[in-house]
Ligand binder design. Structure first.
Ligand code: PEP
Ligand code: MN
Length: 340
């Protein structure tokens, strides 16, 4: 249930109302926006008398929210959420959301210190604001390279120190969480989008979570997974469309660009697109990236490798550093056109 307060409501009146609602056994999500203050009531609101609340002097309107996702719902928080992500050194925090666009780039997997540091320096020089790199890799075959694991995280931290770029890397199991202390953004991959226990634990951390859409998940399921994290107290969730399984076989997955406006309408959380895993072929990464930007995405996460032919994972979909540099310029042109 949503309770919209009148503009003149004082802080004391608001706090009294919140206290009373809590005494009824409900949780209250307070959102003080640019235009209005909204109380989101969470819990069993079935027995609440809406007319009674509507009649209160400080209340403008009351609405029942039928969707199961509450904290992720735009009705609970009308302004776009903005998260600040800090890297190393004095590079200052980078923002994502509400017009703050973030370019995230790096290899599928961390392979060596030379590889991750060289890629980090080159994508930074081209304009990336965050470095990606897989340490724990969810490979389809158990006989494929499984990632450098905690050693890979150590190398990502070296690249972070070298460039100042914040880092994002995937967690596959709760038992690895201790290795993520200095990781800036924790990624939950497509295969773990509905690992509810993992989501609940990440809800108890204070790090932004990059949540990828499951291979066969609906947008509602993605939002409910975000809700699992948010319900635990961590409201910093970045949603990521990374392509879904369809009958089409021409590309690795089918990039659902429509997910961007739909998610942005339903939720206040930042929405990014991963064109690399969505198509699986490097030459399609640029058109999909530009389409995502035009559709209103808050960022892009793209795979870049300094030697794609020799990459240990996902070489065919990886851009070369010079292709990434060109892509960043094209993204800026599309953003300028869309915002003009
Ligand atoms: C990745 O980003 O490295 C990855 C494995 O992505 P996804 O979970 O989307 O397949
Ligand atoms: Mn990959």
């Amino acid at each position: 249930m949503i309770v919209v307060l009148k503009q003149g409501a004082s802080e004391q009146q608001r706090e009294d109302l919140i206290e009373w609602i809590k005494s009824l056994g409900l949780d209250v999500h307070l959102s003080i926006g640019k235009m209005q203050t909204v109380l989101g009531l969470i819990g069993d609101t079935g027995s609440i008398d809406t007319e009674l609340i509507e009649g209160l002097a400080i209340v403008e309107s009351v609405m029942r929210v039928t969707e199961q996702f509450k904290k992720a719902n735009r009705k609970f928080h009308s302004d776009d959420s903005v998260f600040e992500i800090s890297g190393a050194g004095g590079s200052g925090p980078k923002k994502i959301g509400d017009g703050n666009f973030m370019m995230i780039a790096g290899p599928c997997s961390v392979e060596s210190e030379e590889q991750i540091c060289a890629i980090a320096e080159s994508v930074k020089a081209s304009g990336a604001q965050m470095l990606r790199g897989g340490a724990y890799k969810p490979r389809t075959s158990p006989y494929d390279f499984q990632g450098m694991r905690d050693e890979g995280i150590g190398l990502l931290l070296k690249a972070k120190k070298l460039t100042g770029l914040p880092i994002v890397t995937e967690i596959m199991d709760l038992s690895h969480l201790e290795h993520f202390c200095e990781v800036d953004v924790i990624q939950v991959g497509a295969r773990n989008m509905q690992n509810m226990e993992l989501l609940k634990q990440l809800g108890r951390t204070n790090k932004p979570i990059l949540l990828k859409r499951g291979l066969s998940s609906t947008l509602k399921e993605l939002l409910l997974s975000a809700e699992y994290i948010m319900a635990g107290g961590n409201e910093q969730v970045i949603l990521c469309e990374r392509g879904i399984r369809t009958f089409e076989t021409a590309t690795r997955n089918t990039c659902d660009i429509g997910a961007v406006p739909v998610l942005k309408e339903l939720s206040h959380l930042p929405v990014i697109v991963d064109p690399s895993h969505a198509c699986g072929i490097a030459r399609y990464v640029r058109p999909l990236t530009l389409a995502a930007v035009a559709a209103g995405a808050d960022g892009i996460i793209v795979e870049v490798h300094n030697n794609p032919e020799k990459a240990m994972c996902d070489g065919p979909q990886s851009l070369k550093p010079e292709e990434f540099a060109e892509l960043v310029k094209a993204v800026e042109r599309v953003r300028a056109a869309v915002n003009s």
